[in-house]
Design a protein around this ligand. Structure first.
Ligand SMILES: [Zn+2]
Length: 361
């Protein structure tokens, strides 16, 4: 994602913030100023937003740290003005693991709410409560608002619809009885039904609900398709899609030779060889970089990617799909009995999926 600011690292997980978050804070300051609020009041509002921001981070950390217990690492946590995203290395597929990882986020909010409740007096009279909430953030109602936000975040995330945590919880519960594909489809349909209810209620009351409703309809569709995609690869191994014909190039050659081959053939990536050993990979990404920085006289051994990923042909495709699509320029070196037999990349995988989806119809 573009426009991310790195805030730091917690438990080995990179924490990022989207720059539009700054815009959100500026927006709140301007709106409050226009409403005639004093600088002190505006400062309280901004402090409150920052606290909500930390809350969202804690929610995502809840998912990430529980996932770690199941040996699932989290690559990054990104905070957007609309919420947070924890990017897990892979999704937990066992029902119990998915259930526990999904529920951990809302539980963090409930714990924060429970702790806050010790320090506040919640007005019993609903009119008084409302008056407190609409009067703007100040020292008196700061924690009351914090409490309400955490309850709201917990309830909102527990709505049983993708991409909310509740959608995953629902799928996990269904997966105890059904296979994962079926469970996903049913969970997606239930989510879409709820979304339609949101839209209808939204038309009658709050336009924001319409927006959330449409968002959920799309997200549910994407989730159902992604599981279907993996389902199409079930039963196949790396050996079924390995590309046995590939182009090699010598490490001591220059970039211009690679460019000449690209322009004269269908080959777009190379295995770089030195004394018959594969020492690197050269794709368009490295060629363009070398060309713009050093020109076409640069040697390939300076430009190539030295990270090589070997994978045995017996590995199921489902296991590698996430990592191939994570970095579209990935080239995996496929081996049989520790001997290189070919390569595998996004292009060949996409074609394989396309052909299988046509066959499946
Ligand atoms: Zn969550």
């Amino acid at each position: 994602m573009k426009g991310l600011l790195r805030l730091g690292t917690i438990a080995g997980i990179g924490i990022f913030m989207h720059w539009t978050f700054v815009l959100l804070i500026a927006f709140i300051a301007v709106v409050n100023y226009k409403n005639g609020q004093s600088p002190v009041q505006i400062a309280w509002s901004i402090l409150f937003i920052l606290c909500v921001f930390v809350t969202v981070l804690l929610h995502e950390l809840g998912h990430a740290l529980v996932a770690k217990k199941y040996n699932i690492n989290t690559k990054s946590i990104t905070l957007l003005p609309i919420g947070g995203i924890a990017r897990l290395e892979r999704l937990p597929e066992k029902p119990t693991e998915e259930l526990v990882v999904a529920i951990a986020g809302p539980i963090v909010n409930l714990i924060l709410a429970a702790i806050t409740k010790f320090f506040i007096l919640i007005p019993q009279d609903s009119e008084e409560l409302l008056a407190q909430l609409v009067s703007g953030i100040n020292a008196q109602n700061f924690f009351l608002n914090f409490y309400i936000v955490n309850i709201t975040l917990a309830v909102f995330n527990l709505i049983p619809a993708f991409p909310m945590d509740g959608g995953r919880i629902l799928r996990a519960l269904l997966s105890f009885k059904l296979d994962r594909n079926e469970a996903t489809i049913i969970a997606a349909r239930i989510g879409q039904f709820i979304a339609v209810c949101f839209i209808l209620i939204g038309i009658l009351s709050n336009p924001l609900l319409i927006l959330i409703g449409f968002f959920v309809v799309f997200a549910a569709q994407i989730e159902a398709e992604s599981v279907n995609f993996k389902n199409l690869l079930k039963g196949y191994t790396v050996g079924d899609v390995v590309m046995k014909e590939y182009q090699t190039i010598g490490a001591e050659e220059k970039i211009k030779k690679a460019i000449a081959i690209i322009l004269n053939s269908e080959h777009k990536k190379f295995l770089v060889k030195q004394n018959d050993d594969v020492v690197g990979i050269l794709t368009k990404k490295q060629i363009i970089k070398a060309l713009s920085e050093k020109g076409d006289e640069e040697y390939i051994y300076n430009a190539m990617d030295r990270n090589l990923f070997y994978i045995d042909k017996s590995v199921p495709l489902e296991k590698i799909i996430d990592r191939v699509y994570e970095d579209k320029s990935t080239v995996l070196l496929v081996t049989e009995n520790n001997r290189l037999i070919g390569i595998l990349d996004t292009d060949i995988l996409s074609e394989f999926v396309l052909i299988n989806s046509i066959k499946a119809k």
